[in-house]
Design a protein around this ligand. Sequence first.
Ligand code: GLU
Length: 442
Amino acid sequence: MAEHVRVRFAPSPTGKVHIGNIRAAIFNWLYARSVGGEFLLRVEDTDLERSTPEAIQTLMDCMRWLGLNWDGEVFYQTSQREHHLEVAQMLLDKGYAYKENKGGQGECVIFRMPTEGTIEFDDLVKGHMKKQAKDTQDFVIVRSDGSPVFHLANVLDDITQGVTHIIRGDDHVENTFKHIMLFKAIGAPVPKYAHLPMIVNNAGKPYSKRDGSAFVGEFKELGYLPDTLFNFLALLGWAPGDDREIMTREEMVAAFGFDKCKASPARFDMKKLLWMNGEYIARQPVAEYQKAFDERLVAAGLPVEPLGGCKDELLPQLQGRTKTYADLPGPFACFFTEDYLFEEKAVTSRLKVDGMPELLETLAQKFADAPAFEVSPLEAMIKAYGEERGDKGMGPLVHPIRVAVSGGMTGIGLFEMLVALGRDRTVARLRTVAQRLREGSL
Ligand code: GLU
C-alpha cells in the first residue's frame, strides 16, 4: 500500500515571515498536493516572547495570501509541553539522557549521543549524508528552568503529528543528526528528510535583508502578486525539468518531485522576480488590473479617467508594461494629468539640447497638420522627417517627443502614446515644453 504522506510547515513565528521559511512551506505544500498527502501547520511557539498572537496572525495571513491552505487544525507546540517533559523523563529512565547542573544554573536534561560508529540518512535532495558519532556532542533537551528545547519538541511533535517527510532548509542538516538519534531512542520510525538549498544573493552569499526585501509582507507592499511570489519561490531549488518558468499551481503540483530538486544554492534574482511579476500582471483579467490601477491613481490624487478617454483601449496596453503595482501610476501619469513629472535625467539628456525648442515647434506643427492622427501614419511621418534631416535612426526625434509628452523614457510605444493622448494634447505639450525650455523653467 502506498504510504500516506503527511508533511508539515513548522515555523517559529517572529512577526515577519522570511522568504526562506515560506519557500519551505511552498515545497511542503507542493509535495503534499502532488502525492495526495496532507499539509499540516505546526506553530513552534515555544519562544513566548516572540510568538505573540500578532506574530501568529501575521504568519497565517501570509500563508492565506499565498494560497498555502493547510489541512486540519493548527497544531501549537506549547500545547504539548507536558508530553515533551514526560518523554524526557522516559529518556532519563531508559538511560538515553542524564541530568547535569551546567554552570550552577540548576539541572538540565541532556541527551546522550553515540560515541562510536556513524549516523547516516538518505536525504531526498542532498543524497546520502553521514556523520561520525565521535564528531557529535550530547545536547540539552530540557533547560534548567524546566522548558523543553527545540530538538525535543520538534521531534516529538513530528511523531505526534505522524509526519512522514520533513522538508526544511538545509540550515537544519546538523540538527537532523541529533533528531535521528532522538527518534531512535524514542522508538519511533525516522521520517524521510529533504533539506532545501540555501537561498543566496548574486554574489553567492546567503540572501539577507541587506540584499533587498526578505519578508513576505514587503513583497506584498511592493506590489508583487501572490502568484508571482509563489511561482518564483517554488523555483528556488526546484525546476520542472523543461523550460517552463511561469506555471500555474496545478502545473507545479503535477510536475513537482524531489528528483528535480537541486542541492546547490538557489540564487534569488530580483530582476527575474520583477520580470515574472510583469508576466503575471499581463495575464490578469483586465478588470483586476483596472481595480488595482484605479486605487493607485486615487492614492496619487489623480482622476481615474484618462485625459484622452478610451480607457478600455489604453488599459490593456499599460497592463502589458506594468512590472509591479507599486510603480503605478509612474510613467503612466501623463495619461491622466497635465501635471506629470519630468525626470531630470531624461530632460538633461534628451531635451536640453541646442535647437530643441525649434525642433519641438516644428514637430508640433507636423502633428497639428497630420492628415490622420493614427499610429502608422504618424510613425511614417516621423520616419520621413528623420530621413529628411539625415538622422541615423528615429532616436533623435522619438526620444525628445517621448520625454516632452510623458516626462520620462519608459511607457508604451510612442505612437500609441500620442494617439491615446490625442492630437490637441500632443501638440500643446510639445509647444509648452518648447516654451519652458526657452524660459529655462524645465
Ligand atoms: N521552527 C523551526 C524553524 O522554523 C522548524 C524547523 C523544521 O521544519 O523542523 O526553523
